[in-house]
Design a protein around this ligand. Structure first.
Ligand SMILES: Nc1ncnc2c1ncn2[C@@H]1O[C@H](COP(=O)(O)OP(=O)(O)OP(=O)(O)O)[C@@H](O)[C@H]1O
Length: 946
């Protein structure tokens, strides 16, 4: 039965199926590709005889055959027609293109037709079914740290922040949900086919793909998006020898999913004919390591040709092979890929506060428990920052749950938690498994005992991790595992997990660490534990970063990645080494000495700590000295730090060494530091705060375009006392942050520049900002564009600006202050002593507000630049503006672009220009002027200004 909507408000009677087939005939002829399955079923159920089938098959083309089938079923009556539609509905994958049609007609099969069976005889459907089945199996669980405690993906998956980036890495907003990933939003190169997802370690790239695969396997991805889905891990592509070659068919079938029966030719043929129905996911592009130069390998484009798997991968990504298929590629932040192959770019930023709350609720079902965790999180923004990275959050929650189950008084880590302490907690939990689960709760927790008891086991894993770091490998054979003294029982602890893919026998023959950051942590542990390693040698990863060329850059240099100059800065390359360095700093910090002393002689610890500290101090000094400085007119000397400065800060924070922090603070000799586009996360703010604590002069800090969020602002609280420039544009900041800023900035009154463009500030925040304006006598620049400020907030701000004697530059682009807000700004403009630059663009201002602003201009001489772009001003405001121009003697630039002026308004304005002596530019593009009229206006004004 089909519902066919409403006509003129009255429900139409349902269409008969025969009639429906006539109405939608052309769509069906176009979309039904497989006739065999229909014929098989019609004949099996007795609606068609052999002769009918023969008649249909006599038609040469598929479309002709469909026409014939339609003719025949309609001639056989309603029941046959109904069954025909039912076949299309039930043989799901064979007619997947028709899903939107079924939705449109709100199809519901009748009870009688449901009794007639349908068999899907389409080979592609069978293969789809197998793929769906395998993906469903593969993606059910999130591999957790103890193999027996596997966790269901659907019970724990929580959305993370997915920011769309432009080609130039500018923010294009956020995706609302995962099923929008494949849509058009954020596409900047429609000819490219690869969606590139980047994010830091543990931010959830693999889990995001897993969720997508799982959704597809459950048919929850919009069906038209992908009929066939192949998932790969990039690491696999470089696991083969240089001379190894395979064909695309082998890659898909042997290394992914083999079609049952003798269907491989048919399925492969279908893939080649319909590449647009295929979706690939490739996880971890940064994990590709090739020991050979790909430049020497021939390029491959033919699907039949054999080539090295890496060549297949790069050709697939660039669209040279299987053109039209869609690809999703993930990589760590900083991995470069040529923009010509990127269709759109998504930057994963981890859990938002809301996501974190949801994830907490999924972990802790008991209400009391949940509240306890929430309270502890709320009290500790640094912990929240760490928890915004899902991997770290998972470790913290799992450890907390485990330790809480053993010791009633165990609490979440305190304010001084570092990443090293989080990983130590994880090790404590793993090693705790050595002694077996205790039935009774113990009274006091003693990590030292646990570590001492598990010292041998820990040393074994640390040795294995180190082995991997040295050979640049992340997968270990059983022999390698055994050679480090790791026993079968140790394997149950959770440090390692079996690598299950592409092992034809199904046996886990190889292993990898639970996460690569754990491998980094353990290899750092090995540097500390192993007494045969001399103090000087502990710096090997720092120095390795200094000289080693990152293998994936080598690979990519010849293929898809844009070539990146290889610097000699030890903080520049290879994140797993950077993490090892960071953990080394943490393990050798004084705060962990109490624990480490139980495992390593004190003298050895001290020597290693000394070496590390002096190396860090030297490094940071030379880094800061070498940075380019730019003198500015208004803000003194500016210096842009490099993204690797962040790794230094992180290392210094882990050491908790005031000495090194002091050296760093002293090295920042500029008046302003720029940390823009550094991928600075909220957790990094603790590190910055730690260093700035030792900086005694005033300092401007530009942190625009990072991932700081409210957690980060809270951690910077103490540093705001010395910040003259506070730039936090594009950082997901809400009113909570403004509360902190208002408190601190008003207390210290040193701020000159406040940049908060493109955040999530509402009128509540605007009210607090108004207080900052009123109370901070040096505030000159205020950038508040693209927030959520309405007329209410606009009025607070305007009133405060009116009173300010220092403010000269205000940006409000892209809020919604409307005419009421414009009126308040008009009041502020009257006789303002200082305000020279004002943008009220894109604020929904009509001529009502325009007239009030025009009137105010008659009483203003300070304003030089006035932007009213993208508003709704009409000719009604033109006369007032013209009058104002005749009187005003301050304005130099007036932008009225993208409003609703016509040629009349333009003429009125042009006629006023001879009376004005100060104006140098008036721009009216994008109004309702014809091309001719626009040219004329420009000519007239140019003449006037020349
Ligand atoms: N969206 C999520 N919901 C719930 N848990 C998540 C989510 N994302 C990640 N996790 C947790 O974090 C762990 C690490 O995530 P994942 O392996 O996806 O990170 P990644 O970004 O691929 O890291 P890397 O670049 O180091 O490979 C997962 O095993 C899981 O426990």
């Amino acid at each position: 039965m089909m519902k066919d909507g409403f006509a003129g408000g009255h429900p139409r009677p349902p269409l008969s199926t025969c009639r429906l087939l006539t109405v939608h005939r052309e769509l069906l002829v176009e979309q039904v590709k497989n006739t065999q399955c229909i014929l098989d079923n019609l004949q099996l159920s007795g609606f068609f005889c052999a002769e009918d089938t023969e008649i249909v098959l006599r038609s040469a083309t598929k479309t002709e055959q469909v026409r014939k089938i339609l003719e025949l079923v309609q001639s056989k009556g309603e029941e046959a027609s109904e069954y025909f539609v039912y076949i299309l509905h039930e043989a799901y994958d064979a007619y997947i293109d028709l899903r939107p049609w079924f939705k449109e007609i709100q199809y519901e099969p009748s009870d009688s037709v449901k009794e007639i069976p349908v068999k899907n005889t389409d080979p592609i459907s069978k293969y789809c079914k197998k793929l769906r089945h395998e993906l469903a199996q593969d993606t059910r669980f999130i591999t957790s740290y103890a193999q027996k405690e596997e966790t269901l993906l659907e019970e724990f998956y929580t959305d993370t922040l997915m920011e769309l980036l432009s080609e130039k890495n500018e923010s294009l907003g956020y995706l609302d949900s995962l099923d929008e990933l494949l849509g058009l939003q954020g596409v900047f190169n429609e000819h490219a086919e690869t969606i590139f997802i980047v994010g830091d370690a543990g931010v959830g790239k693999s889990i995001l793909l897993q969720q997508l695969q799982n959704m597809w396997s459950r048919r929850e991805l919009p069906s038209a998006e992908a009929k066939l889905f192949f998932k790969f891990r990039c690491r696999m592509f470089s696991a083969f020898k240089e001379m190894y070659e395979i064909s695309l068919r082998d890659l898909l079938f042997k290394h992914n999913c083999y079609p049952d029966g003798d269907l491989d030719d048919e399925v492969f043929g279908y893939i080649l004919r319909h590449p647009e129905t295929v979706l690939f996911t490739f996880d971890g592009y940064d994990e590709i390591h090739a020991d050979f130069e790909l430049e020497n390998l021939p390029e491959v484009v033919s699907p039949e040709e054999k080539a090295h798997p890496l060549m297949l991968l790069t050709n697939l990504l660039s669209g040279k092979l299987l053109k039209g298929s869609r690809k999703i590629l993930t990589a760590r932040t900083g991995t470069e890929l040529q923009s010509r192959v990127i269709r759109k770019k998504v930057f994963l930023k981890g859990f938002s506060p809301e996501n974190l709350r949801r994830y907490t609720a999924l972990h802790f079902h008991e209400r009391d428990y949940q509240e306890l965790v929430m309270v502890q999180l709320d009290a500790n923004p640094h912990l929240c920052s760490l928890c915004s990275i899902p991997l770290f959050c998972w470790i913290i929650f799992k450890s907390f749950k485990h330790l809480r189950s053993m010791y009633d008084d165990f609490e979440l880590p305190d304010t001084f938690v570092t990443l090293t302490s989080v990983f130590l907690l994880l090790c404590e939990v793993f090693l705790g498994h050595c002694s077996g689960p205790g039935l009774l709760k113990r009274s006091t927790r003693c990590p030292a005992d646990t570590f001492r008891g598990g010292a041998l086991t820990l040393a074994g894993f640390a040795k294995l991790a180190q082995l991997g770091m040295e050979k640049g490998g992340f997968v270990f054979s059983q022999d390698e595992v055994s050679s480090c003294g790791i026993t079968a029982d140790d394997l149950q602890l959770g440090f390692l997990r079996p690598v299950s893919h592409y092992d034809s026998c199904g046996n886990p023959a190889t292993f990898e660490f639970l996460h690569i950051t754990l491998q980094s942590f353990l290899s750092a542990f090995s540097l500390v534990l192993d007494e045969s390693i001399a103090p000087g040698e502990i710096l090997k990863f720092f120095t390795e970063c200094e000289y080693q060329k990152a293998p994936h850059f080598q690979l990519c240099g010849s293929c898809l990645a844009s070539s990146k100059p290889q610097g000699k800065d030890p903080f520049q390359t290879n994140e797993h080494l950077q993490f090892a360095n960071l953990f080394l700093c943490g393990l050798l910090s004084k705060s962990n000495a109490g624990l480490l002393e139980h495992l390593v002689p004190l003298s050895s610890l001290k020597k290693k700590r000394m070496v590390l500290k002096s190396y860090l101090a030297k490094c940071v000094k030379s880094h800061l000295k070498g940075l380019p400085r730019h003198p500015t007119d208004t803000e003194g000397c500016k210096v842009q730090v490099m993204p690797n400065f962040l790794w230094m800060l992180r290392c210094i924070f882990e050491t908790r060494s005031d000495d090194v922090a002091r050296v760093t603070a002293r090295g920042i000799s500029a008046d302003n530091i720029k940390l823009t586009y550094c991928n600075m996360s909220s957790a990094d703010c603790s590190a910055l705060n730690f260093v700035l604590h030792h900086h005694h002069k005033l300092l401007g800090v530009d942190m625009d375009n990072n991932n700081i969020s409210d957690y980060g602002v809270k951690q910077l609280r103490l540093s705001f006392s010395k910040m003259t420039v506070v730039r936090l544009c594009v950082n997901q900041i809400t009113d909570c942050s403004i509360e902190v800023l208002a408190e601190e900035l008003i207390k210290h009154k040193v701020v000159k520049v406040l940049g908060l463009y493109k955040n999530c500030i509402t009128d509540v925040g605007a009210k607090l900002i108004a207080q900052i304006i009123e109370e901070c006598p040096h505030l000159m620049t205020l950038k508040l564009g693209c927030n959520k400020i309405t007329s209410v907030g606009g009025k607070y701000l305007a009133n405060a600006i009116k009173k300010s004697k220092s403010i000269f530059d205000v940006g409000m682009w892209g809020n919604t202050i409307g005419d009421e807000g414009a009126g308040a700004f008009a009041e502020a403009l009257k006789n303002h002593p200082k305000l020279t630059n004002l943008s009220l663009s894109a604020n929904g201002i009509t001529s009502v507000g325009g007239r009030r602003l025009a009137a105010a201009l008659k009483e203003n001489v300070s304003l030089h630049i006035f932007w009213l772009v993208q508003n709704e001003l009409t000719d009604d405001a033109a006369t007032d503006l013209a009058e104002a121009l005749k009187i005003n003697s301050g304005l130099r630039c007036l932008w009225l672009i993208d409003n609703r002026f016509t040629v009349q308004g333009a003429r009125v304005l042009a006629e006023a220009l001879p009376y004005n002596t100060s104006l140098k530019e008036i721009c009216m593009k994008g109004n309702q002027l014809s091309e001719e009229e626009q040219k004329l206006f420009e000519m007239e004004t140019r003449l006037r200004f020349s």
